[in-house]
Ligand binder design. Structure first.
Ligand SMILES: Nc1nc2c(c(=O)[nH]1)N[C@H]1C(S)=C(S)[C@@H](COP(=O)(O)OP(=O)(O)OC[C@H]3O[C@@H](n4cnc5c(=O)[nH]c(N)nc54)[C@H](O)[C@@H]3O)O[C@H]1N2
Ligand SMILES: Nc1nc2c(c(=O)[nH]1)N[C@H]1C(S)=C(S)[C@@H](COP(=O)(O)OP(=O)(O)OC[C@H]3O[C@@H](n4cnc5c(=O)[nH]c(N)nc54)[C@H](O)[C@@H]3O)O[C@H]1N2
Ligand SMILES: [Mo]
Length: 776
């Protein structure tokens, strides 16, 4: 039976603020639906507190002086999702074949609840069947050993950015002892652009802004990040800044409610009196991919105003003269055309910025997920450097990371880039020769799977097949893998595309108590500002059969690798403090006295050299980086009049591929995700109508047909020529090779498409199957 949306659809503009009563009501609804209203409400008081647990949602800062309820609507939803009382056990799998389940959409797949037993795919009955942990681990280990004997580079160890620092450290060590650096993670699909761009600009792969800076800033620039849905706790410092009169200037193709108005959902007075805070003082609806041109224009205007910090530029930077010359050579008309904004808008931003003594620049996927993403992030850094806004109180660059520990995972060595890892220290500490050759990014892992050079894919969290581009090509290739292992908490599509041998291994979530030989264990994570925090699970595990991610990695380590007395898998599992000791040996500068410091209020911050105006770059200075050109999409055919740029969006009711519901409250879309947001002029120009059913087709000349039928046109306020549809449904349209130059982050915010009207019968919504075919 097909399971997909079956709700009343309503599409009308949302008039309320972000936060407010709508937010409080939405949290209550989800706690009730997951059947955890009482216990969930109590647990939420321990959320993001010292001695509590760290949110399983986003990576926004966990302050030293938390609010009474230091959580947001979406954090509460992700918590309720994990602690749900619903269970997805062997009965469920006895009832449904995998082929049946492939017709279910993302929402319905996760709805049965937490996975309770290890399961092995049985081809004959086309069902997942329960299996003992021992048998599962033995077979997985046998396959990994066989593949390693063939070539240690034929296994991939993916993770989604949720695992604790402790689990990540062991996972990365395991992969390197196994013999490769194939450690792609979700950040390859996300902020890898940041990790490539910022080291060249300012000598560190992470941002330079701490929470304290928000209290001292006098200007905030916001590029392509949506705090109302994706990091709502950030709305509190934003509200505070706005009430102090700090100008907040936003560049975003959509008018996102959280960047327009906010009512604190935790303040009864604000809710009752209808108090709203205006957030953005200027809002510029830049064209998707137009930020590189827009930022260039702002830099040019700052230069023309002469509003430079000459002292800073002379003492701390490199490359200014070449950059300034390049700026002078840029043509305003061309910049206006590419940005989709008039010169006067860019000059208005420059004028405000030129008066500021301390500016913070915030950004997210709107900059990183573009072909020119690296150039664009570096242009934002250039803008800050022009006025010395780096390493100064109240100023700096602030990438907003996604998954709750995506940054910590990278710090712990989960990366395909060996240069980022202290391999020599690992060599001494564990007495082995670590592999030096770069491993696969997520995109390269897909390419290798397509080429048939991967045997085993281990997924420690996440929903890889659903999150990556080109699903129509990747899914069939995925089925040819010898071994796929899904160490997850809820059922998702990746587990339904089995390789020859396929397992679902259910693991403990972070909110659950993790009891090992020496008692209940704690974990740690790093937030988006580089602070590491302790976290203690406090909920009874969803099933007696769950094991921790740490135990899982250790059990594989014992079974796959030759014994090594310096790698005490069992002792590490018995007492996670010993893992933290090992981490402090590998990273002594940051993680000394780890076990104590992680419980300090606000966590402890890793050393961030740019904050002290120390530049760990090749030139020893902060670098102005001049791009090669302003083309957004050099790999795509020239736009015709009927070609639109599609960005893939997140709704307010999802966490990545986890879909909580079909409502996107702030955008006024209710009961459906099958929509195409479109400007009125484009709707008219292409002879469509508001509400028309359409089929989308990617414009690319590689001979592959990529299509998504069954979307409903919604007349929406976005720039002419730009359209929006939801991720992950739209991933089938994104070619694997359309990614950011330098970082390989898929260019999910700029897919050239054509829109075709569908008639009558063909206009049915199909969720599960990728609508794609290959031309011979
Ligand atoms: N509730 C919830 N929270 C989440 C997540 C979630 O799915 N749901 N995901 C988590 C993860 S892993 C991540 S990485 C973050 C993602 O959080 P964000 O970085 O906010 O990512 P998106 O929502 O994909 O897109 C951000 C914004 O970019 C705008 N945009 C699109 N194209 C462009 C462009 O060309 N230029 C500009 N200037 N803007 C553009 C969109 O309109 C949107 O407002 O959130 C994390 N938090
Ligand atoms: N077109 C398009 N594609 C995108 C994006 C986009 O904006 N547009 N965004 C990209 C981004 S920013 C990201 S980060 C990726 C996300 O890619 P992933 O991180 O791979 O995907 P998620 O949806 O976060 O993974 C959800 C699954 O993780 C499992 N899970 C949840 N909690 C835990 C846990 O505690 N432990 C374990 N082991 N498993 C757990 C659950 O089973 C759940 O089904 O998608 C990327 N793809
Ligand atoms: Mo992300």
């Amino acid at each position: 039976m097909m399971k997909s949306r079956a709700k009343r659809i309503s599409l009308k503009p949302y008039v309320g603020p972000a936060g407010g009563w709508g937010s409080a009501r939405s949290v209550g609804n989800i706690l009730a639906r997951e059947n955890v209203l009482a216990s969930g409400s109590l647990l939420l008081t321990r959320h993001n507190k010292v001695d509590g647990f760290q949110c399983v949602g986003c990576a926004w800062v966990k302050p030293a002086q938390p609010l009474p309820f230091e959580f947001c609507e979406n954090g509460a939803k992700t918590v309720a999702w994990e602690i749900t009382n619903h269970r997805c056990g062997p009965d469920f799998f006895a009832e449904h074949t995998v082929t049946d389940l492939l017709d279910w959409d993302d929402y319905h797949l996760e709805q049965p609840g937490r996975l309770t037993h290890p399961l092995r795919y049985d081809l004959e009955s086309d069902r997942y069947r329960p299996v003992s942990w021992g048998a599962a681990l033995d077979e997985i280990a046998r396959e990994l050993r066989a593949s390693r004997a063939r070539d240690p580079k034929r296994a991939v160890f993916y993770s989604s950015g949720r695992c604790s620092n402790e689990a990540s450290y062991l996972y990365a060590l395991f992969a390197r002892l196994y013999g490769n650096n194939n450690l792609p993670d979700s950040s390859n699909l996300c902020h890898e652009t940041t990790s490539v761009a910022l080291p060249e600009s300012i000598g560190q792969p992470v941002g330079s802004v701490s929470l304290a800076d928000w209290g001292h800033t006098d200007c905030i620039l916001f590029f392509g990040q949506n705090p109302g849905s994706n990091s709502p706790r950030m709305l509190h410092p934003l509200q505070e800044a706005s009430e102090r009169g700090v100008p907040i200037i936003t560049y975003n193709p959509l008018r996102e409610r959280g960047l327009e108005r906010f009512t604190n959902p935790q303040s009864p007075t604000e809710i009752l009196t209808g108090h709203e805070t205006r957030i953005s003082s200027q809002y510029h609806q830049v064209k998707t991919g137009g930020d590189l041109a827009a930022l260039t224009g702002i830099c040019k205007a700052v230069l023309e105003l002469g509003a430079l910090d000459h002292g800073f530029i002379a003492e701390h930077t490199h490359g200014f003269t070449a950059f300034a010359e390049w700026l002078r050579g840029q043509d305003w008309a061309e910049l206006e055309r590419r940005a989709g904004l008039p010169r006067i808008a860019l000059e208005a931003t420059a004028a405000v910025y030129a008066r500021s003594q301390a500016t913070i620049a915030v950004y997210g996927m709107g900059l990183t997920q573009h072909r020119a993403g690296v150039d664009t992030v570096q242009m934002l850094a250039n803008l800050l450097l022009l006025r010395g806004n780096m390493g100064r109180s109240g100023a700096g660059i602030c990438p907003v990371r996604g998954h709750s520990n995506v940054q910590g995972q990278r710090t712990m060595g989960v990366t395909e880039k060996p240069d980022l890892v202290p391999l020599d220290r690992l060599k001494r500490q564990y007495g082995f020769e670590p592999p030096r050759e770069a491993g696969f990014t997520s995109v390269e892992a897909c390419e290798a799977i397509l080429a048939g050079t991967v045997d085993c894919f281990i997924e420690l969290g996440g929903n890889f097949v659903r999150a990556v581009p080109d699903r129509g090509r990747v899914e069939p290739a995925w089925r040819r893998l010898r071994l796929t292992v899904n160490a997850i908490t809820k059922l998702n599509r990746t587990a339904l595309v089995p390789g020859e041998i396929s397992y679902i291994l259910p693991v403990l979530g972070r909110i659950e108590t993790d009891r090992q030989a020496t008692g209940i264990q704690s974990l740690s994570m790093e937030d988006t500002t580089g602070c590491a925090h302790g976290s203690r699970g406090m909920r009874r595990p969803a099933s007696a059969h769950l094991i921790s991610e740490i135990r899982l990695v250790a059990e594989l380590g014992k079974r796959v690798l030759e014994p090594n007395p310096r790698v005490p898998w069992d002792a590490w599992c018995d007492d996670y403090r010993l893992i933290r000791e090992a981490i402090s040996k590998t990273y002594p500068e940051t993680f000394f006295d780890y076990d104590r410091r992680m419980w300090e209020p606000g966590g402890f911050q890793r050393p961030l050299p740019a904050c002290k105006r120390e530049w760990h770059t090749k030139t020893g200075k902060a670098n102005f980086i001049t791009p090669n050109g302003l083309d957004e999409d050099r790999d795509m055919p020239e736009d015709g009049p009927d070609v639109l740029r599609m960005m893939t969006l997140r709704s307010n009711d999802q966490f990545n591929t986890t879909v909580f519901g079909y409502d996107d409250r702030f955008r006024g879309i209710k009961g459906t995700r099958d929509v195409l947001l479109m400007n009125r002029l484009d709707i008219d120009r292409l002879g469509l109508a508001d509400g028309a059913m359409v089929r989308i087709e990617t414009v690319a000349d590689d001979g592959v047909r990529r299509e998504l039928p069954g979307l409903r046109v919604v007349d929406y306020d976005l720039p002419v020529g730009c359209v929006g549809a939801y991720y992950p449904e739209a991933n089938v349209l994104l070619p694997l090779w359309h990614y950011a130059v330098g970082s390989m982050t898929p260019a999910a915010k700029s897919i050239p498409v054509r829109v075709h009207r569908m008639d009558g019968d063909t206009a049915r919504t199909r969720h599960g199957r990728p609508q794609m075919s290959l031309h011979p």
